[in-house]
Design a protein around this ligand. Structure first.
Ligand code: CA
Ligand code: CA
Ligand code: CA
Length: 194
């Protein structure tokens, strides 16, 4: 019988599903390791870019699936769970997406039993945070207002997930000793020494 299903880019970390609002997309280098009741790897397959994976037919018995950048070796002990840099597990669930999560968020599914029919919906959620790049305004003349028009233009999230500004940090230039903030969202410049 065959087993498999999905790894979801799950930005809200809720029930295991794709909550990004765009087509599901996951980073490269992920493997699904099928592990037997003795923690021995039975099969290993790479996870596809759209998050799907599927094992070849295996014998009846109790199994778990481990999601990791470490590819297992059939017949050897299960490798450790690990995510690509900057990514984290948000949950796992054996069942229809968006209907639950298992108790331990650890990159390992709950145990499932393979018998006479294919097992599907062994699902995982993972999340990678957005990357914000600074928006610099250099060498501004003293006393001149500066406007940054699109602070999100140089910021990114994996797979085209929509961005929204959550908070904005105003970083002072060198040798400054303070700045005015006369009303929310409007900064009226830095004082500089020397
Ligand atoms: Ca979700
Ligand atoms: Ca788990
Ligand atoms: Ca930015």
């Amino acid at each position: 019988m065959r087993q498999g299903r999905n790894v979801f880019n799950d930005i809200d970390g809720g029930n295991v599903n794709n909550s990004s609002g765009v087509a599901n997309s996951v980073p490269s280098g992920l493997n699904a390791n099928l592990v037997d009741a003795n923690s021995v790897v039975v099969a290993t397959v790479p996870v596809n870019a759209d998050g799907t994976y599927s094992f070849p037919a295996t014998g009846q018995g109790d199994y778990t699936v481990s999601l990791s950048t470490n590819a297992g070796v059939p017949g050897s002990p299960k490798p450790a769970e690990q995510m690509p840099a900057g990514w984290a597990y948000t949950g796992e669930f054996n069942g229809v997406p968006d209907t639950g999560t298992d108790p331990a968020v650890n990159g390992i599914s709950e145990v499932f039993t393979v018998a006479a029919t294919d097992v599907t919906n062994i699902n995982f959620g993972i999340q990678g945070p957005p990357v914000a790049a600074d928006d610099e305004k250099l060498d501004q003349p003293a006393g001149t207002a500066v406007t940054v028009f699109n602070i999100l233009a140089n910021d990114t999230d994996f797979g085209g997930v929509p961005l929204s500004p959550d908070n904005i940090s105003l970083l002072a230039p060198p040798r400054r000793y303070g700045y005015h903030n006369r009303r929310p969202g409007t900064h009226h410049g830095f004082h500089r020494t020397g």
